[in-house]
Write a new protein. Structure first.
Length: 261
């Protein structure tokens, strides 16, 4: 497994590349996720960036950003499927609850424009509350305030979506991702603070020790990038039962959440 460069130097290189690609269209760039939460696993974790642009996502220069992405992963092939870069227009971000377009580079996907900017509320909350500014002004000046109940509601919605996916048709890495995402959602809701997948896994494992071995296998699978674990029928059945249990726990927890934090 390739050892990552220090995340600070890597982020600086990404920043320089995006500033060159977007030019004056780049208003601000923020780093968030595991790389700023102290929970980054070398060779495994993604790097998450939010780029705020002067123009709307539909007007972003697709060819230029795509060329930057291709050149970057050619230079750093270990990051080919570990970059998530979201480009959103300043005005769209300011009223994101009303919907709109954004440009996205997701792990395993090229840069593309999609709708549904309102579905990225969780990401915008994390950027605003915990993100690191790589370029431009602080995120609170560009991202509208997002309440904790809004964040929890979005977390629960995404958990429902993940719970509804078929684990049987998924690759081992996707099965592990689903289990760990559900752990993170439950931990976030019950501990009343954002957490990473690793934190969520540890917390749920301590609260539900009878499921600790399954959670550990999900972590091993994630760290091996899908090469180890989550391939046999018994583990699949256990994961399906665990997902149903956590889904029920999340729904139950959300019914007793206070209206405001």
């Amino acid at each position: 497994m390739t050892t990552d460069r220090p995340i600070e130097a890597f982020a600086q290189e990404l920043t320089a590349g995006l500033r060159s690609a977007l030019g004056a269209d780049l208003v601000a760039l923020y780093l968030y996720g595991s790389s700023v939460a102290g929970d980054f696993d070398e060779g495994v974790s993604d790097v998450d960036l939010l780029a705020v642009t002067a123009r709307d996502g539909s007007e972003t220069d697709l060819a230029t950003v795509s060329a930057f992405h291709r050149a970057f992963v050619e230079l750093h092939p270990e990051w080919d499927d570990r970059l998530e870069i979201v480009c959103v227009g300043r005005e769209t971000l300011a009223q994101f609850r009303s919907g709109g377009l954004l440009g996205v580079i997701s792990p395993g996907e090229p840069f593309h424009v999609r709708d549904g900017v309102e579905q990225w509320l969780q990401n915008f909350y994390l950027v605003r509350e915990t993100g690191v500014t790589l370029f431009g002004s602080c995120p609170a000046g560009l991202i509208p305030a997002i309440s904790w109940p809004e964040f929890i509601a979005a977390t629960a919605r995404y958990a429902r979506e993940v719970r509804g996916r078929s684990l049987r048709d998924a690759a081992p890495a996707a099965r592990a991702y689903a289990v760990l995402t559900m752990c993170r959602a439950l931990c976030t809701i019950l501990s009343a603070r954002p957490c990473s997948k690793r934190e969520g896994a540890g917390w749920v494992g301590s609260q539900m020790p009878e499921w600790a071995s399954l959670i550990d296998e999900a972590e091993y699978c994630r760290l091996s990038r899908g090469e180890t674990g989550f391939k046999d029928e018994a583990t699949l059945l256990a994961a399906e039962a665990f997902m149903r249990l956590l889904g029920d726990e999340i729904e139950s927890a959300c019914t007793v959440q206070p209206a405001e934090s």
